[in-house]
Design a protein around this ligand. Structure first.
Ligand code: SR1
Ligand code: MG
Length: 403
């Protein structure tokens, strides 16, 4: 397999990443350094470089010319590295408190040097450990409202929005989502992966034509609804948290897409955490922790909704002044999309290519199977009933019916 990469590109080693930082004047060649590769995602290398004398540190994220999770048989554009760095810079300009600082992007090396967030934990891991993040829902709701409003026609004006959209054409990464979220889990695709005991449940999904038509309708929205510059992969592995701080990372899937895709991704991944809790908490802990997670879903939507309304009231673009009365309809459409996309995401993480740690680490096969069955039942309900789920309380009640 050969790749079409720029002539100066080679994947970094622990040594060459240091040369790269020296070349860009971040460090002196004589600095005493600690260098580690810490990437645990599906696609990239992530290096942590620390100057032991000054304790300054950096993250260097480098794209590989293929999907690391699959191997060299799945080539991927290195341009996603540029898209990611530009999306981070864009988010930082709107919500600096929720975005890491980008220090430098080198397009030849497909590498970005950014703020080290080692003091933070990946949210998915924190939720597996049963941690509580009191600011999380408010921060994510605020992040979503600002990024999704200010990059839309309503926040930016239609001409500027079209200019911005030119920089975020992202066909390779959108192609991954189109396959792994909206296509492969819904037929007998090679990329799927699930235990044999789940097959009868999966085959029921594959044979339900009304259900497949609803999935096709959601896929059509993903393909065509260029509402806002979305993160595109806002799961709990794309959030770095402490008790008081929330940072959104990894926007390499960013493109102009449906606003509900980001909201739905976050809600879906909190829902997967909810479904898996019976395996991770003791009976005494479980109810309290579930109440916290239900509260996160409720609050993220209510904060998103109220913040988006107030941004609309204050900053609606001049060219959309006659659309002012469209707000309720617009938010209702984002809500319905969010529920449907959440359903697709819950199903893809259960039977598709890339699963989630909170379910994969369940050691009792019977408990794991029961959790996976509930995930499929819930995902299907959300997709089929999304237009009748009228409020975030209805969404929570739908999860409660299933568990
Ligand atoms: C081949 S990449 C698999 C998944 O990892 C990313 O986080 C995205 O969710 C993608 O679908
Ligand atoms: Mg990622």
């Amino acid at each position: 397999m050969s790749f079409q990469v720029k002539s100066g590109y080679t994947p970094f080693t622990l040594e060459s990443v240091v040369h790269f930082l020296v070349h860009h004047n971040f460090i002196d060649p004589s600095s005493p350094l600690l260098v580690k590769e810490i990437g645990d995602g599906n696609l990239n290398y992530v290096f942590h470089v620390q100057n032991k004398a000054t304790e300054e540190s950096w993250i260097v994220k480098q794209a590989l010319p293929y999907a690391k999770v699959v191997g060299e048989s799945w080539p991927l554009t290195l341009d996603r590295s540029r898209i990611e760095s530009e999306a981070l810079i864009q988010a930082h300009s709107l919500v600096p408190e929720f975005s890491p600082v980008v220090y430098l992007h080198d397009s030849e090396k497909a590498a970005t040097v950014m703020e080290d967030l080692s003091s933070h934990t990946i949210l998915r891991k924190g939720l597996i450990e049963g941690r509580v993040y009191p600011e999380l829902a408010r921060n994510v709701g605020t992040y979503l409202a600002h990024t999704l409003f200010f990059t839309s026609d309503y926040g930016l004006g239609s001409a500027k929005k079209k200019e911005l959209a030119k920089r975020f054409s992202n066909p390779d990464l959108c192609g991954i989502t189109e396959s792994l979220v909206f296509s492969d889990p819904f037929y007998n695709a090679e990329s799927n992966s699930f235990t044999e005991e789940l097959r009868p449940d999966v085959e029921i999904l594959w044979e339900d034509q009304d259900f497949l038509t609803e999935v096709a309708s959601l896929k059509h929205s993903f393909l065509t609804k260029g509402e806002a510059l979305i993160h595109g992969d806002l799961h709990t592995g794309s959030l770095f948290v402490t008790e008081g701080s929330t940072k959104v990372i990894d926007p390499e899937f960013a493109f102009y897409g449906p606003a509900g895709f980001d909201v739905g991704a976050f809600i879906a991944n909190i829902t997967l955490s909810i479904l898996s809790q019976e395996a991770h908490r003791t009976d005494e802990e479980k109810d309290g922790y579930l109440a916290y997670l239900f509260g996160v879903i409720t609050e993220v939507w209510t904060v998103f909704d109220s913040t988006f309304r107030s941004l609309w009231d204050t900053y609606l673009s001049e060219d959309n002044r006659y659309s002012r009365g469209y707000l309720n309809t617009h938010l209702q459409s984002i809500f319905v999309d969010s529920i449907g996309f959440a359903g697709c995401k819950i199903i893809r993480r259960t039977i598709g290519l890339a699963h989630v740690e909170e379910i994969e680490t369940i050691s009792d096969p019977e408990v794991k199977l029961a959790v996976e069955r509930r995930a499929l039942t819930l995902g299907k309900k959300l997709i089929l009933n999304r237009k009748n789920i009228d409020s975030i309380k209805d969404y929570i009640d739908t999860i409660k019916e299933v568990i």
